[in-house]
Design a protein around this ligand. Structure first.
Ligand SMILES: [Zn+2]
Length: 698
């Protein structure tokens, strides 16, 4: 995952300067006096944040005012470049605060976050309403051919201009008023959708009183269910919920078919009970308002409005990709269904495969066909070796080196700091690795920047990876699952994107790229993690140091195709449902159940598979940031499979020429158009064939 970093903008809000803070005591209010200017974590106290935020906002407001008060004619330098230079203090404190709020938080930081949020949103809103500023940017944009601007400068300019226009800056007063209304209603509807879904998810519990009904479930799953029951005041029973970590293993392992059916139906009807938490009318309203907004801004439908900014560019391109993958995956899913049906028959079942049977019988087939023992596998993935494997890969590809620095302040005592140097021995940046879970850390794994690279501002990158990997216990070091090893490589890929950035303007540095391109640098690293040649280098037994045996590599490779027909079909059905909602061209009310059914029937989705998210709980597209964007996960996968294929075609997964080409993608960040950047590396547009091959769909 790539954290969406807080983008600093501008404001009209007047905030009192905070006289109570003196520059002597607040480390944010002076240069960081540390090696390479990393944040002085040891000196930062919670009481420093709020005054630094306020002072940062005040400074940026002054900087913006200086831009809009400038009596000289607007130019790229005195407007856009001046904007890029503004807000440095605010960026500095926001980067540290939001990083630590995610990786090492406490009640006091949460309280600060709540206090800061409205200040920042007012500050940010200010930018979109600052008409004087927009007028200047518009003038620069309209005269862009008269200035001799570089590709990067043109892209930065376009980014600023489009953000304003997409926010409605070019509309008439009346239209602006309507857009504001629509935005307000959209945010309330999305909020309601999310609240309803949360209520519906939490309102259901599967309470098990009879131990026999736990048959088939692994120990860990049972003890978690007992814990959940205890928390709910039902000690001695077992409770399963509709949250994924609870329901998914139940569907995968529980022998009791009737209970699987019960919990499955509860899961797939959330938000669809015609009660006060029903989401159907909300969806209809959301879809209509989004369409109206898109049309107001000059687009035929909402998907066109969203996709204009992405690498995919328009709905036709998304449909082309989705349909091709759909056609390849559906026949495979049908074959898988047959296989599961024969497993049912073989094990004495006399019923037809249903959606609540799929995960359960898939698990049985998997054990029968591959028999991968996760505990045996783990012994070859001690954390230190996996991290060395990631460093080894980066070194072989880009010549860079990582050496531990013990003299740098750390964001947390568990973190390790590395200095990254180029092949020429020159300093590139600092990389923090913070791998173990703790109560103060959020779930999941991510990359973020304490400082982004910028040639203009003379800044080198300070990047962090934060994960939640299995901790060492007693004598045993941290042993990762293969999935965790891939996650380490994935986040490290994002880190390389930040570290190898070589641009001038901070707003296009590193991971500041379009939505459907940002996962390419991370996902491609997973290919090296799983490559047999690389595995033999880094996957070594934690006791003997022996490299991973060939038969385990074979099993890993074979099982990677397992159940991919199902996974792909379930996913693509959701991506296509998303597109269907966001390409409607009338604001007439939608009968959600009928719309969903018609869309999926037209695709030919088989009844044994349910779309990954049914409409009434499709949070990504109705209250997340993924409307007309769910396809992006697959888009990035097409890119990473195709890009890795470029290496494989040469017979050398570290081919120097290809590595140099990919290095350029990483260095350029968002300073060149994504498709141009990609085709320059690949020599052609990406093809979906490598992805289909990798998933065993052809
Ligand atoms: Zn990611």
């Amino acid at each position: 995952m790539k954290k969406i970093t807080y983008l600093i903008c501008l404001a009209s809000l007047m905030i009192q300067a905070c006289q109570s803070v003196t520059n002597q005591t607040n480390p944010f209010l002076k240069e960081f006096d540390t090696p390479h200017g990393v944040p002085p974590f040891h000196l930062i106290q919670n009481s420093h944040y709020l005054p630094a935020f306020k002072e940062g906002i005040r400074q940026q407001q002054q900087e913006i005012k200086a831009i809009t008060d400038n009596t000289e004619a607007p130019t790229f330098a005195n407007t856009v470049e001046a904007l890029e230079k503004s807000g440095q203090l605010l960026n500095k404190v926001a980067a540290v605060f939001f990083n630590l709020q995610a990786a090492h938080t406490n009640d006091s930081m949460q309280a600060i976050a709540e206090e800061v949020a409205p200040l920042l949103s007012e500050h940010t809103d200010g930018i979109n309403l600052n008409e004087k500023l927009f007028e200047r940017i518009k003038t620069v944009y309209e005269n862009k051919d008269k200035e001799n601007l570089s590709t990067e400068q043109l892209l930065v300019l376009e980014k600023y201009y489009k953000d304003f226009v997409r926010g409605g800056a070019n509309l008439s007063e009346k239209e602006k008023e309507r857009l504001k209304q629509i935005n307000g209603e959209l945010s309330i509807l999305a909020l309601k959708f999310g609240n309803n879904l949360l209520k519906e998810t939490n309102n259901y519990q599967l309470v098990i009183e009879n131990e026999q009904d736990l048959s088939g479930l692994p120990e860990g799953v049972i003890s978690t269910a007992a814990e959940t029951a205890k928390e709910a005041g039902m000690e001695g029973k077992w409770v399963f919920t509709l949250h994924n970590p609870s329901i998914m293993p139940f569907l995968q392992y529980a022998d009791n078919r009737a209970l699987r059916e019960e919990i499955y139906k509860a899961y797939t009807t959330r938000g669809n009970h015609n009660n006060e938490y029903d989401n159907k009318v909300i969806i209809s309203q959301l879809v209509a308002l989004r369409l109206e907004k898109a049309q107001l801004l000059g687009f035929p439908d909402y998907a066109s409005y969203v996709l204009e900014q992405n690498m995919a560019k328009n709905p036709a391109n998304v449909y082309e990709l989705c349909n091709k993958i759909w056609e390849a995956a559906l026949p495979v899913a049908k074959k898988e269904a047959q296989k599961l049906q024969s497993m049912i028959t073989r094990t004495g079942g006399k019923f037809k495969l249903q959606p609540w049977d799929w995960r359960y019988y898939a698990e049985k087939v998997k054990q029968a066909e591959y028999g991968l023992d996760e505990n045996e596998l783990r012994q070859y993935f001690p954390l230190d070796k996996v991290r060395e494997g990631a460093f080894y890969t980066a070194n072989k590809l880009y010549g860079i080196t990582f050496s531990q620095r013990t003299d740098l302040p750390l964001p947390h005592p568990d973190a390790i700091a590395y200095e990254v140097k180029g092949a020429d021995g020159k300093h590139i940046g600092i990389f923090y690795a913070d791998y173990f879970p703790r109560p103060s850390k959020g779930q999941g794994a991510w990359m973020d920047a304490f400082r982004s690279e910028s040639g203009l501002l003379g800044m080198t990158p300070v990047i962090t990876n934060v994960c939640n990997f299995t901790k060492p216990t007693g004598e045993t070091p941290s042993l990762l699952t293969f999935e965790e090893a891939q996650t380490l490589f994935h986040e490290f890929g994002h880190a390389l994107h930040g570290l190898l950035s070589q641009v001038d303007y901070p707003s296009v540095a590193g991971t500041n790229v379009v939505h459907d391109f940002v996962e390419l640098p991370s996902q491609i690293m997973e290919n090296w993690a799983a490559d047999p040649e690389v595995l033999k280098v880094y996957a070594r037994h934690y006791k003997t140091g022996e490299p991973i045996p060939q038969h385990l590599i074979d099993k890993l490779q074979k099982s990677s195709h397992f159940n991919q027909g199902f996974a792909t079909t379930e996913f693509m059905a959701a991506a296509l449902l998303d597109m269907a909602y966001h390409t409607v061209s009338t604001t007439d009310p939608i009968d959600v159940e009928k719309f969903e059914k018609q869309t999926l029937d037209k695709l030919g989705l088989i009844p044994e598979i349910t779309v990954r998210y049914r409409s009434t709980y499709f949070s990504h597209i109705f209250d997340g940031g993924y409307s007309a964007g769910y396809y992006a996960y697959t888009w990035a996968e097409v890119l990473d499979a195709d890009a890795f294929e470029a290496f494989k075609e040469t017979g050398d997964v570290f081919n120097p020429e290809k590595a140099e080409g990919f290095h350029r993608i990483l260095a350029k960040g968002g300073s060149e158009e994504a498709m141009k950047l990609y085709t320059a590396f690949r020599g052609k547009e990406p093809s979906i064939e490598p992805l289909l091959k990798r998933r065993g769909l052809k």
